[in-house]
Design a protein around this ligand. Structure first.
Ligand code: PLP
Length: 380
C-alpha cells in the first residue's frame, strides 16, 4: 500500500484528463452528441443527414490541412492500426522502408514483414527517445514512419525522403497523435493518416487519411493487380483502399461507422477551424508542451526523456523522474485526486510521466497539473 495525498481543490486542473489517446473530449463535443445526435444517432449512414456530416468532416479537414490540389480526405473503419494493414494490401507495391523507434512505428514494420506478398522491409532503427527517418534505398516503393511516436514522446519531421519522388516511392506518415498538434505540409506526404481519438479528441474506431494523387493511383493499380489471375497479392475487401476512396467520394464508409465518433470529430474540426486552424492548434500545443519541458528542466527531480530539444513532442510530453521518486506512486496519487492518464507507455518501462497536450487541453490546466505534481512529490 502507498501513502496518498489530497491535493487542495484550488490547485487542481479544471479538466484533469491528460491521456495520450484516448484523450480529453471537450464538453461541447459531448453536447453536440446530445443535440445534433438526436436526429443522427440510430439513423442510416447511407442517407443525406449522415452523409452531410461526413462531408463536413472531409471539407473541414481539407481546410484545416490546406490540402494541396488533387489530394483527398478518405476515411474508413478500424483506426490507424487497420490503416497499416490496409497500406500493406493497398499502398506498398513490393517493398517498404521504415523508421522504427518505438512501439507504434515498430508495429507497422511488423505488419509489412508478415505480408506474404511483400518483400522483407528495410528497417532504419533508432533507440526509443530518438527517431530515425528511413533513407533512400533501391527497390523501395514506400517510406513509412511516425510523425509523433506516442510511446516515447518523440516528434519526427514529416517530409519527403530525398530521391523518393524520382523513385516514384510514396511517403506514408503515421500522424495518429501528430495530426492537429504538430505542423505539417501535407504536400510532403502521400498518405498523412490518423485516428480521431488523439488530437481530434473524439472516440476511436476510425482512420482518416489525406491522400495524394500518387497514393490514389497506387491504390487503384494494386487493386487491379490483385484481381489478375495468378496474382499473389491479397486485398481483403475491408482493406481495399480503392473501395474506401470510392465510398469517401460519396461521403460514406465501406461499412457502418460509429456515428457518435463522426459527430464528435465534426465538432472538433469545426472548433479548430473557427479558432484559427492548424497554426492556432500547433501554437497552443507548443505552449502547453513547453510549460512542461521548462518545468522539468528547472526541476530537481524531473527531466525531459527526449534529449534533443528539436525532437521533443508538442503532442505527448514524456518526463523521467529521479529514481528516488516512484512515478507509479505519483501517477496513482494523481488518479486518486481525479487527475487521469499521466502514466508512461507500459512497455517502455521507465520511471516516467507521459502527458497528452493535444489542442483540447487548456494550457492553464497544464500549469495546474505541474503545481499538482510538485505538491504530491513534496509530500510523498
Ligand atoms: C494510437 C496510435 C496508433 C493506433 O491507433 P488505433 O486507433 O488504436 O489503431 C497508431 N499510431 C500511433 C502513432 C498512435 O499514437
Amino acid at each position: 500500500m502507498f501513502k496518498t495525498v489530497t491535493i487542495p481543490e484550488s490547485l487542481r486542473p479544471h479538466d484533469a484528463r491528460f491521456g495520450s489517446g484516448p484523450s480529453k473530449i471537450r464538453p461541447e463535443q459531448i453536447r453536440a452528441l446530445a443535440e445534433g445526435g438526436a436526429t443522427l444517432l440510430g439513423t442510416s449512414h447511407r442517407q443525406d443527414p449522415v452523409k452531410h456530416l461526413v462531408a463536413s468532416i472531409r471539407e473541414g479537414l481539407s481546410d484545416f490541412f490546406s490540402l494541396p490540389s488533387g489530394y483527398e480526405i478518405v476515411l474508413g473503419n478500424g483506426g490507424a492500426s487497420a490503416f497499416w494493414d490496409l497500406a500493406c494490401a493497398s499502398l506498398i507495391a513490393r517493398r517498404a522502408a521504415f523508421g522504427s523507434y518505438g512501439s507504434f512505428s515498430a508495429k507497422f514494420a511488423q505488419s509489412a514483414s508478415s505480408a506474404p506478398f511483400l518483400d522483407d522491409p528495410v528497417i532504419f532503427e533508432a533507440e526509443p527517445g530518438s527517431y530515425r527517418i528511413p533513407e533512400r534505398t533501391e527497390h523501395v516503393d514506400a517510406y513509412c514512419w511516425a510523425q509523433n511516436e506516442t510511446s516515447t514522446g518523440v516528434a519526427a519531421p514529416a517530409r519527403r525522403v530525398e530521391g523518393s519522388l524520382e523513385q516514384k516511392a510514396l511517403v506514408l506518415v503515421d500522424a495518429t497523435s501528430g495530426a492537429g498538434a504538430l505542423p505539417v505540409d501535407v504536400s510532403q506526404c502521400d498518405a498523412y493518416y490518423f485516428s480521431p481519438q488523439k488530437a481530434f479528441g473524439s472516440d476511436g474506431g476510425l482512420w482518416v487519411a489525406a491522400l495524394s494523387p500518387a497514393a490514389i493511383d497506387r491504390a487503384y493499380s494494386l487493386a487491379g493487380e490483385a484481381e489478375r489471375d495468378g496474382s499473389t497479392r491479397w486485398v481483403p475487401p475491408f482493406l481495399s483502399l480503392r473501395s474506401a476512396i470510392e465510398n469517401s467520394r460519396k461521403d460514406q464508409t465501406l461499412n457502418t461507422p460509429a456515428i457518435a465518433t463522426l459527430i464528435m470529430l465534426a465538432e472538433q474540426v469545426r472548433w479548430l477551424n473557427a479558432n484559427g486552424g492548424l497554426a492556432w492548434s500547433t501554437a497552443r500545443c507548443a505552449r502547453s508542451a513547453n510549460l512542461l519541458y521548462q518545468w522539468a528542466q528547472a526541476s530537481e527531480y524531473a527531466t525531459p526523456f527526449v534529449n534533443d530539444p528539436q525532437a521533443r513532442s508538442h503532442a505527448v510530453v514524456t518526463i523521467d523522474l529521479d529514481g528516488a521518486i516512484d512515478a507509479k506512486q505519483v501517477i496513482a496519487v494523481l488518479r486518486d485526486n481525479g487527475i487521469l492518464d499521466t502514466a508512461g507507455y507500459r512497455k517502455l518501462g521507465r520511471n516516467q510521466l507521459r502527458i497528452g497536450v493535444f489542442p483540447s487541453v487548456e494550457p492553464d490546466d497544464v500549469e495546474a497539473l505541474i503545481r499538482c505534481i510538485d505538491y504530491v512529490v513534496e509530500r510523498l
